[in-house]
Design a protein around this ligand. Structure first.
Ligand code: NAD
Length: 422
């Protein structure tokens, strides 16, 4: 089993997430006690893991699990296995999950976990022992009614399967609902693989309708061609009739004004390991890709790629943030003034966590839905969330990112108030 590449360029800081919260608190005049509650995770657990390595030695690893806020329901969020993992990043990402689940109005809170390790330098057996050691140390800190992890950077459905198995052994019965992103044969959900891209494509359709923009035959560019970026290509063509004229991966960017065929690019990537060198395509720079005059730009790789340095040169009409954190706050302000329509990450890439929630529901009932049903339910959730963000932005006269935060913070604050937390 090969762990997937880490797409993040840098570490997301807890300070940034605090700044975003401060901005919203000032707009909605949130009670100071509620603000103080939201500034800190409700709980966090630091664990030390002892793992037998293949060479007979024992290696000690540090791990974390952070539960930011569960006022609306059990905590939900991925597990990262990364050499540069920090508690600061895990705290920030846990708070983003609180906001993301609240924007989507799914009855969950925000959590995140991580283990400082280099999965690329570990064998399959070592990874399995590490995953099982992590879940044993977390013990009942996680659970189907408390905190439900999922895959994230460098963690895979196979790792989710080991975690589901170890947790089931610990409890003497099958408890697959402890984790999502599992393989289908162990209670995974149909429609999870393309859910993040699909949710983003539904948002693009709604954004275009809002702007009066015709997407049939319109051009798109995609940065990143992993799980999310490649499905964005497939679905932009299939569902929106768009023409994808530029794509990129970590090796480079390619351009063809006639548009790329998804099947052809995937076959080339399978054979060569990259999208670069695709027959008939011109090589362009990453900067050129981001600055193309397209209807929709999909950042689907890294954080902080649209900054104050290049924001003025962005010509796309819609930026659909499939990646987490691709636009910096400075760039946000510039793009808002320029009239670029941003679908913020909290909303645009929330299709993944939404189908993870569907997976939890199916596990709880032992009743599994057809892919078509998953897609219909996802579309309905995305539309409701999109409209809530749109109306909030119009009411407060703020850009979509701030609007998404307002929707989320107000919902979480309401739940905390009703529960008597402030
Ligand atoms: P992935 O590892 O499958 O793919 C990442 C892609 O980015 C790869 O094609 C890689 O080559 C490319 N890339 C790396 N560096 C690049 C660079 N400098 N320029 C251009 N491309 C580069 O990851 P993924 O699951 O597709 O996730 C992509 C983004 O979407 C991440 O920001 C992730 O946090 C976010 N996201 C993913 C999900 C999900 O369900 N997978 C859900 C929410 C958010």
């Amino acid at each position: 089993m090969k762990p997937r590449r880490a797409p993040q360029s840098g570490q997301i800081s807890y300070n940034t997430s605090q700044q975003q919260l401060n901005e919203v608190v000032a707009i909605i005049k949130l009670d100071p006690s509620a603000h103080e509650l939201l500034r800190h995770p409700l709980r966090e657990l630091h664990v030390t893991l002892s793992v037998k390595m293949d060479n007979g030695s024992t290696k000690i690893f540090q791990g974390f699990r952070v539960q930011h806020n569960d006022s609306r329901g059990p905590n939900k969020g991925g597990i990262r296995f990364h050499p540069d993992e920090t508690i600061d990043t895990v705290r920030a990402l846990a708070s983003w999950m609180t906001w993301k689940t609240a924007v989507m109005d799914i009855p969950l809170g925000g959590g995140k976990g991580g283990v400082i390790c280099d999965p690329k330098a570990m064998s399959t057996g070592e990874l399995e022992r590490l995953s099982r050691a992590y879940v044993r140390q977390l013990g009942d800190f996680i659970g189907p009614e408390k905190d439900i992890p999922a895959p994230d950077v460098y963690t895979t459905p196979q790792i989710m399967a080991w975690i589901a198995d170890e947790y089931s052994i610990m409890h003497g019965k099958n408890k697959f609902g402890v984790i999502t992103g599992k393989p289908l044969s162990l209670g995974g959900s149909a429609g999870r693989t393309d859910a993040t891209a699909r949710g983003g494509i539904y948002c693009v359709r709604l954004a275009a309708a809002t702007l009066g923009l015709n997407l049939e035959g319109a051009e798109a560019a995609i940065q990143g061609y992993g799980n999310v970026g490649s499905y964005a290509h497939k679905l932009a063509v299939e569902l929106l009739g768009m023409k994808v004229i530029a794509i990129s991966d970590s090796n480079g960017s390619i351009y063809n004004p006639e548009g790329f065929l998804y099947e052809g690019v995937m076959a080339h990537k399978k054979n060569t390991g990259s999208i670069t060198g695709f027959p008939g395509a011109a090589a362009i720079s990453n900067k050129e890709l981001l600055e193309l005059d397209v209807a929709v730009l999909f950042p689907a790789a890294l954080d902080s790629v649209i900054t104050e340095t290049n924001a003025m040169d962005i010509k796309a009409k819609i930026i659909a943030e499939l990646a987490n954190g691709p636009t910096t706050p400075e760039a946000d302000t510039i793009l808002y003034k320029k009239g670029v329509y941003i679908i913020p990450d909290l909303l645009c890439n929330a299709g993944g966590v939404t189908v993870s929630y569907f997976e939890m529901v199916q596990n709880a009932y032992g009743n599994y839905w057809e892919e078509e049903e998953v897609q219909q339910r996802l579309e309905k959730k995305m539309k409701t969330a999109f409209l809530a963000v749109l109306r909030t932005g119009q009411n407060h006269k703020v850009h979509n990112r701030l609007a998404a935060y307002i929707v989320a913070v107000e919902r979480v604050a309401e739940a905390m108030k009703l529960r008597g937390w402030y």
